[in-house]
Design a protein around this ligand. Structure first.
Ligand code: XLS
Ligand code: NI
Length: 429
């Protein structure tokens, strides 16, 4: 592979655990994990934080450069990294790939022009989009929301942008189209009509789903929860909240959920809680894999590197049937001080290897079946006739009361065995 000067010093990646063709629980490792590199943090990141400016000197960010030429350079380096890592997928926002123009028409044209170049690179490398998205957060026109803006013309502009991004993702053969509502929320209820905004968000989602069917896009529509940041309160708070929004709009069979580790943490949940809940509700879609910091209340989006945590997540993912259109998207950024191009390679490679190792742990946990059999045994009572009758609505409250009375029931407490199960999990990792 010819190297651009950007990654000239990066060593070829050797994985310890990630062997794409290795069979794990009846599937290739690569098909379980479906790794994606995200365009925004990885190639758009500058190392800036709220207290300091850029620390990474990416050549395609040089001031005064030709924006389309810079986008081209970025694409060249991006596909080079995908190949170095042997990552099968990437994810993007429209504005990551091509610069915003003076009008929406010009922006769309820029995206189409970059699309031709991206498509050529996709054909050469076999790398595909896991999902595409419209960036409805960065531009000042969206400061008060995109779908939930008090101004219907902003809603229309966002809809036009989403239409174009969805069609573009479709043309590129994307496996999914995703939405995330960083500005779909509020800063203060003092100026917010919450009910109206929820209705607007529901309408927007419905429009996207209708258009997906109209153009014959076969991928899934995904929505990504996050409780806050950048807004004080976001309507797509967590899996449960999104489920309510979907059900209220009759979309629970149309839209899946893209769960992010750090966002789960910010919502006060464990990562595996969000995964298990999405599976229980039948809306599990995909994962933005990263890592938050238990001591910090914000979105640190570090590369996932915690084996027990990722192993439990993989356990739930695989036990729930694994990914269909989804995958593991590295929505993660290298730290402000990780300024070398090689840091980008190492960050992804190490995290890919960690996820592969976590998959092998999950395989052991599933093969061994001890954890699952504990859970099974704990609920065994519900499998009998009485339990089934209760759940299927064949017992009234009065009949249940009579049952207790007649049998003089006094159920005996049984241990939940938490410590034992925690020790069991440690044995696998
Ligand atoms: C931000 C989100 C973002 C989405 C894509 O917190 O995680 O990166 O995944 O807009
Ligand atoms: Ni994300």
């Amino acid at each position: 592979m010819k190297r651009s000067s950007f990654f000239a010093r990066a060593k070829p990646v050797a994985y310890r655990y990630y062997q794409p063709d290795r069979r794990v629980l009846g599937r290739r490792m690569a098909d379980h994990l479906r790794f994606a590199v995200c365009y925004w943090h990885t190639f758009g990141g500058t190392g800036a934080d709220p207290f300091g400016s850029d620390t990474f000197q990416r050549p395609w960010h040089a001031a005064g450069g030709d924006a389309m030429r810079q986008a081209e350079h970025k694409a060249e380096v991006a596909f080079e990294l995908f190949e170095l890592l042997r990552a099968p997928f990437f994810t993007f926002h429209d504005r990551d790939l091509a610069p915003e123009g003076a009008t929406l028409r010009e922006s769309n044209l820029n995206l189409r022009r970059m699309g031709d170049s991206i498509e050529k690179r996709m054909r050469r490398t076999g790398v595909k989009p896991l999902w595409g998205m419209a960036n409805l957060t960065s531009h000042p026109r969206y400061m008060s929301g995109a779908a939930t803006n008090p101004d219907p013309e902003v809603f229309a502009y966002a809809a036009a942008q989403a239409k174009n991004a969805l069609e573009f993702t479709h043309d590129l053969g994307g496996a999914n189209y995703a939405l995330w509502g960083g500005r779909e929320g509020y800063e203060t209820l003092l100026n917010t009509d919450l009910k109206r905004e929820l209705d607007q968000l529901g309408r927007f989602l419905s429009l996207v789903v209708e258009h997906k069917h109209k153009i014959g896009f076969r991928g899934a529509i995904l929505i990504e929860p996050k409780p806050a940041e950048p807004s004080k309160h976001q309507y797509d708070r967590d899996v449960a909240t999104i489920y309510a929004l979907l059900e209220r709009n009759g979309l629970e069979r149309e839209v899946g959920i893209n769960i992010e580790q750090n966002h789960a943490l910010l919502a006060g949940h464990s990562f595996e809680h969000e995964i298990a809940l999405a599976q229980a509700l039948g809306v599990f879609g995909s994962i933005d894999i990263n890592r938050g910091d238990d001591n910090l209340g914000w979105d640190t989006v570090q590369f996932a590197n915690n084996l027990p945590q990722v192993a439990l997540a993989m356990y739930h993912i695989v036990r729930g049937g694994g990914f269909t259109t989804g995958g593991l998207n590295f929505d993660a950024k290298v730290r402000r001080q990780s300024i070398d191009p090689e840091d980008l390679v190492v960050a992804h490679a190490a995290s890919m290897d960690l996820c592969a190792r976590a998959l092998l742990v999950a395989e052991k946990m599933i093969d061994d079946a001890e954890l699952a059999s504990h859970v099974e045994a704990r609920y065994a009572g519900w499998n009998g006739k009485f339990g089934r009758d209760v759940l299927t609505g064949r017992k009234t409250l009065a009949q249940l009361a009579a049952h207790v009375d007649k049998n003089n029931l006094e159920p005996q407490p049984r241990s939940g065995r938490q410590e034992r199960l925690e020790a069991l999990v440690n044995r696998y990792t």
